[in-house]
Structure formats: C-alpha cells, structure tokens
Design a protein around this ligand. Sequence first.
Ligand code: HEC
Length: 204
Amino acid sequence: MSLVIKWFDRSRVALLILVISIAAACERSPEQRAKIETQTFTVKAVVVSVDPDAGKITVDHEEIPGYMSAMVMSIAVRDPAILSDVRSGDRIEFELLREGSELLITRINVTESRSKGEAIFKANCATCHGDRGQGTKKGIPLTSGHALAHSEDEHIGQVRDGKRDKMPPFRDKLTEDEIRAVVKYVRDTLQSGVTDSDRKAHHH
Ligand code: HEC
C-alpha cells in the first residue's frame, strides 16, 4: 500500500517539474521579446469603412514598400477616438505599427476629407442646385442630364470659371483645393449611382 502511495507521489512531483519547465520555456526572456520585429510605416489610403465599436477601420491602402502590396484590409486602431473625424471616402495617411504579425494603427491624418466637400457644397451650391444636387429654379440638376457628361477636370473648370452668366465663377471664393473637394463630392456622392455609360449617353 505504502509503495503505491510513494509511486503516486513521485509521479506527481515529476509531473509538476514537467509543467514548470514547459511554462519556463514558453515564457519569453526580455532578449527574446526584443527580437520580435517592430516597425512603423506611414501609409496612404482611402477609407472604405469605419467601425468605432470594433475599433477597426477598413482601408484601401497603397503599397507599403518592403512589406506589403496595395490591398483592401481591415486594421485595428490603438484608440477608437482617432476614428472620430474619419469618414468613408476620405483620403488618409496613417501610421502603422507592426509587432511581429500584429498590426495596429496608431495615428490617422485626414489629407482629403469627403465631408469637407459636403460642407462646401451646402454653403455655396445648394441654394441653386438643391441640397442633393436635384436642381432648383436657379440651378440645373447635377444628378441627371448634361451635368453627367463632363469629366472631373471639366467640372473643376466650370466651377472655377463659371458657366455663361448663370453659374457664378468660384475662383475668388474657393481655393483650388476646395473646388477639387466640392467637385469630388458632387461626382462621388451626389452622382454615386451614375455609370460610365450614363456619362457617355449624355455626351454632346
Ligand atoms: C447662383 C446659382 C448657382 C450657384 C450658387 C452655383 N451654381 Fe452651378 N450652375 C448654375 C446654373 C444656372 C448652371 C447652368 C449653366 C448653364 O449651363 O448655362 C450651373 C452649372 C453648373 C455645372 C455645369 C453642369 C453642366 O453640365 O454643364 C456644375 C458642375 C456646377 N454648376 C456646379 C456647381 C457647384 C459645385 C457650385 C458650388 C461651388 C455651384 N455650381 C454653384 C447655378 C449655380
């Protein structure tokens, strides 16, 4: 009987030693931890969607030289608060921290805001073109008819220089960047359902 207990005890001790040594092997020493490669990248991207609840942002990013080719991916942010001014469609520059295989966005800079274009439109264009670009008595619709026929550069020119006497020129009221942003808003948001063949069909 006592022999059985002794055997049982010894195997228990052996098991304990085994468990401790496995745990010790798994625990990384500080030197080993430093070996996990840490890199930061500054990356340009267009925002596809923002999910503050999950603390994630989906971006269509440019190539990250030496690390990753251009692609659409969802990345966690260090602090969801940095997403508060970011909207889908915005152009951003973000700081990406890579620790081993973990990726984390630590900072976001909005370089071209889609909401900026919207604000400019509401303040300068909606009185004549309507708040959704549907047109009013004073301004033609921008979502149908020949407003669809023009290229982005032509639209920029029309807003900068005006058109005949009814469409006022904005070159003294808005900067070139602001004109670009408002035209982008008209084309990407108000005309979002417009296809290339719609544009061609209205060409004249
Ligand atoms: C005072 C009223 C008025 C305001 C303000 C105004 N527009 Fe216009 N816009 C017009 C009229 C009218 C036309 C049609 C001109 C024509 O074809 O003779 C026009 C034409 C245009 C066109 C050309 C469409 C085409 O097919 O030729 C674009 C683009 C445009 N406006 C964008 C804008 C934007 C962007 C703003 C604000 C920055 C703006 N407009 C502000 C009245 C206005």
